[in-house]
Structure formats: structure tokens, C-alpha cells
Design a protein around this ligand. Structure first.
Ligand SMILES: NC(=O)c1ccc[n+]([C@@H]2O[C@H](COP(=O)([O-])OP(=O)(O)OC[C@H]3O[C@@H](n4cnc5c(N)ncnc54)[C@H](OP(=O)(O)O)[C@@H]3O)[C@@H](O)[C@H]2O)c1
Length: 249
């Protein structure tokens, strides 16, 4: 068998109270995985999610940490293990997506994005590997690391850093742990407005936007695989191919 069942394992999902993190946490629960729901400020949503997960017959916990603060990132895995026992799965999903351009970006913006979007996944991954047991890590990248987005400079720099972290930790933590990434493109969550996305989607090779399930399916595939590490799956309707071909359709 090239795939494994995740049933009975325990996962920590960062930024799980809403968005793609929430959908990932629910998909894990549906597969029989116990879930530690990390949140930053969305306490109410995190508690609602914990109840929804528990209703699926698995265990769930909530845990708060501001992952823009390195000392909180360093401690999160240890705190999660105290709550839930050893972790088998880590999904580094939490991130901020703040605007900044080449002409106005500041050092503080770059440092803040790097702390949350790259250092936190690295610190969590290192602590996760420190458990000295087999495990799976998936990092959430962004298809923009292939193209050029001049309106989110600090964010893009941090996601490039996370792409390097993915490869570095895949080698450092092998053979016990696999480390992979999913790079979403234009994803429309159920709560978002469709109209603008439909228009933007026309510029993509597949002429459609993605849904949360498209991303979650890729995350679950990587978590089930036993022989894939250091890989990035672009879930972006072909955008990275067009970008790497210089923008040609
Ligand atoms: N959605 C897309 O189309 C898309 C496209 C490309 C890449 N991605 C990537 O996919 C991942 C999920 O995206 P999303 O759209 O679902 O994001 P989102 O809705 O903005 O959620 C991100 C989560 O990160 C958490 N977070 C933000 N700042 C934090 C902090 N300082 N400390 C702790 N947690 C913090 C938030 O938790 P609280 O609400 O609890 O504060 C939030 O739930 C991200 O890594 C993103 O870069 C998404």
C-alpha cells in the first residue's frame, strides 16, 4: 500500500478557526484524526470548530498562540503535546496576507511576515521533529512564489522563505518525517463573494477558480503518502505554469 490511513492519529493545525485551516481540520476529523485547533484571535470560531470536530467522534482541543511572537511559536508544540499527547501531523496553515509594495515596504513588515509565515512553521516543525517519532508536515505556500506580485512584497518574501524551509526540513527530518507543501492560487471559500473571482478566473489556464476542497484534497493526499517528501503541489488552475513560461497563455 502506498497510502496510509490516518485514523487514530493526532494533528495540530495552525490558524484552524476559519478558512482553509478550518476545512483541513474538518477533513482530518472526518478521517478519524484527533485535532488540536490552534487559533490567534478567533476564539469563538475555534471553540465552535472544536465542538463540530468532537461531534464527528474524535477528540478536539483549542489552543491560542500569537505566532508572530517567536517565543510563542517555540512553545506551541510542547503545549499541544501536553494537551493532546504526541502529535503525528502538523499543518502549518496560519499566515497573514498584508499589502506592501517595493517602494513602501518596511523592514518591520518584512520581519513580521517572516516571523509568522516562515519562522513559526520552521520553529513548529523543529519542535515536532523533536518528538523523535514518525510524522507528517504540510506547509501552506502560495502560487505567487512562482510569479511576481508587487503588491504583497513582505508576504511573498516570507512564502519564498517557507518554500526553502520546506525543502530544508524535508532533508533534515528524513527519514522519520515527510515535509511537503501545497501552494494554492485563486481559491474561493464558501463565505466569499463569487463575482470578482469569476472574472479573475478567466485569466487562468483552466478558466475557473478553486474551492477549499481542492486545497484540502491536496493536503490530505500528502498526509497519506509514505513516499513523497520535499514536494510542492500547486493548486492553482495552472497559474504557476503560465507564470514560469513568462506569462504566456
Ligand atoms: N485562500 C487562498 O486563496 C490562499 C491562496 C494562497 C495561499 N493561501 C495560504 O493558505 C493558508 C490559509 O489561507 P486562508 O485564506 O484560509 O487564510 P485566513 O482565512 O486568512 O486564515 C489564516 C489564519 O491565520 C491565523 N493567524 C493570522 N495571524 C496570526 C497570528 N499572529 N498568530 C496566530 N495565528 C494567526 C488566523 O487565526 P485567527 O483568525 O484565530 O487570528 C487565521 O485563521 C495561508 O497560509 C495562506 O497564505 C491561501
Amino acid at each position: 500500500m502506498s497510502e496510509e490511513t490516518l485514523k487514530g492519529q493526532t494533528a495540530l493545525v495552525t490558524g484552524a478557526a476559519q478558512g482553509l485551516g478550518k476545512r483541513t481540520a474538518l477533513a482530518l476529523a472526518a478521517e478519524g484524526v484527533h485535532v488540536v485547533v490552534h487559533y490567534g484571535s478567533s476564539e469563538h470560531e475555534a471553540k465552535e470548530l472544536r465542538a463540530a470536530i468532537a461531534a464527528q467522534g474524535v477528540r478536539a482541543w483549542t489552543i491560542q498562540a500569537d505566532l508572530s511572537q517567536p517565543e510563542e511559536s517555540e512553545r506551541l508544540v510542547g503545549r499541544a503535546v501536553e494537551l493532546a499527547g504526541p502529535l503525528d501531523i502538523l499543518v502549518n496553515n496560519a499566515a497573514s496576507f498584508d499589502p506592501s509594495t517595493p517602494s513602501n515596504v518596511t523592514f518591520d513588515q518584512v520581519a513580521k511576515s517572516a516571523a509568522l509565515n516562515a519562522w513559526a512553521p520552521f520553529a513548529l516543525s523543529r519542535a515536532f521533529a523533536g518528538q523523535e517519532r514518525p510524522g507528517k508536515i504540510v506547509n501552506l505556500l502560495d502560487t505567487r512564489i512562482v510569479g511576481y506580485d508587487r503588491s504583497h512584497v513582505a508576504y511573498i518574501l516570507s512564502k519564498h522563505m517557507l518554500a526553502v524551509v520546506t525543502r530544508m526540513t524535508a532533508l533534515e527530518f528524513a527519514p522519520a518525517i515527510t515535509v511537503n507543501a501545497v501552494a494554492p492560487g485563486l481559491i474561493v471559500l464558501p463565505e466569499a463573494k463569487e463575482s470578482c473571482a469569476q472574472e479573475l478566473a478567466q485569466a487562468l489556464p483552466l478558466r475557473r477558480h478553486g474551492d477549499a476542497d481542492d486545497v484540502v484534497d491536496a493536503v490530505m493526499f500528502l498526509l497519506r503518502s509514505k513516499f513523497i517528501t520535499g514536494q510542492v503541489i500547486y493548486v492553482d488552475g495552472g497559474r504557476h505554469v503560465r507564470e514560469s513560461a513568462g506569462g504566456a497563455q
